[in-house]
Design a protein around this ligand. Structure first.
Ligand SMILES: [Zn+2]
Length: 372
């Protein structure tokens, strides 16, 4: 399959936000919903983080409700920078007639540092309830209890890596735990797929419903407002770049690549919605972006399939060495990204081997109209 060069197929909602994002700058806040009265509506408030291109910021969504304020993904803050983070958010709210103390809900889409780190200080500074997806929280608990290795733990034997190369991995596996960026307190509300926030008695609800989209992490959470056609997608789908797959702090088993493709098909329900991604810019054109993202994933699967056709019993290590990596295999070999690269290779291998030769991938390609 030919790898198509991707042009900007989606339509940015706000041109300045687009321009800033693709130039590694943090765009200003943009109102995405809710009329024109000051102090109302739903805003996307980009938060700066260490990274370049569209990864120079992470999107925090702030909903100014009648009886409180909801923050979806507080975002990133550096160590010792919590005060700066809080006063920045407070200033944003004051410009709109609100205050930090009026935040009643902090919702986190997934347990990644760029989205959740600032939650700890925000929860401490307010009386807000802490809300996460039930499945995502189970993966955090799995990591905490040392049962989060899932089906893709790395043993040097199984991977077929040269002696010594995976020693650091072994060390990590002996020290399971939950990284410090996850708030220490337990969530007040756990969301399941289809839960409507208003049914849970939450104030300042942006009239949204939980959409659980496993793949990027085991219980990645999106939120949708079907009336105003607003889809808060976080890292489920991004403009410009493609989200990584299988990157949970803990795993709950199963194949994240299959989970991701299933989620990608499922969110087709929201193809005509305005999409708020975790990074980049707010956009429309989800149908095209879904197809393009599926193409990216399935091209990788086809690449793995070609190597397996040539040598069905090849080790994971050698299989990985035959694949194309953005920084090159030699570079990846020596980097901390090696582990997720090997895990990803195992996931794709299992996807390819899970059906009749070619059958499974053919089916997925048909699902996304990629079978021409
Ligand atoms: Zn992210």
């Amino acid at each position: 399959m030919v790898h198509r060069q991707v042009t900007h197929q989606v339509t940015p909602f706000a041109k300045p936000q687009y321009t800033a994002a693709v130039n590694s700058r943090t765009p200003g806040p943009v109102r995405i919903d809710g009329g024109s009265a000051p102090g109302t509506g739903t805003w996307v408030r980009p938060v700066a983080m260490p990274g370049s291109g569209v990864m120079a910021s992470v999107f925090s969504t702030v909903h100014l409700g009648d009886d409180g304020v909801t923050v979806v993904d507080p975002g990133w803050t550096g160590q010792g920078q919590e005060g700066v983070y809080l006063s920045g958010l407070d200033a944003f709210l004051r410009e709109r007639g609100r205050r930090l103390e009026q935040i009643t809900q902090v919702i986190v889409t997934h347990a990644h540092p760029d989205h959740v780190t600032a939650a700890s200080c925000l929860l401490e500074a307010t009386r807000a309830r802490f809300i996460v997806g039930a499945t995502e929280w189970r993966s955090v608990e799995a990591a905490r209890s040392g049962n989060g290795a899932g089906d893709y733990s790395l043993s040097a034997d199984e991977v077929g890596a040269p002696a010594g190369v995976l020693d650091t991995v072994a060390e990590q596996l002996e020290k399971p735990g939950v990284p410090g960026f996850i708030p220490r307190r337990s969530p007040d509300v756990l969301l399941s797929d289809g839960d409507r926030l208003s049914d849970l008695g939450l104030s300042a609800d942006p009239h949204t419903e939980a959409v659980v989209t496993p793949g990027h992490t085991p219980g990645h959470l999106c939120l949708v407002n079907r009336e105003t056609k607003l889809f808060i997608a976080a890292d489920m789908i991004l403009p410009e770049i493609h989200p990584g797959i299988g990157l949970g702090v803990g795993s709950l088993g199963g194949n994240p690549v299959v989970d991701y493709l299933t989620s990608l098909r499922r969110i087709g329900e929201f193809d005509d919605h305005l999409v708020v991604p975790g990074h980049g810019y707010v956009f429309t054109g989800l149908a095209r972006r879904r197809r393009d993202t599926a193409h990216h994933v399935l091209s990788r699967a086809r690449e793995v399939e070609r190597v397996l056709a040539w040598n069905p019993s090849i080790s994971v290590w050698r299989l990985a060495s035959q694949l194309t990596w953005s920084s090159g295999w030699e570079e990846l070999r020596g980097s901390p990204m090696l582990f997720s690269g090997l895990r990803q290779t195992m996931m794709y291998r299992d996807l390819v081997l899970s059906g009749d030769p070619g059958g499974t991938l053919d089916r997925w390609e048909r699902d996304f109209d990629l079978d021409d």
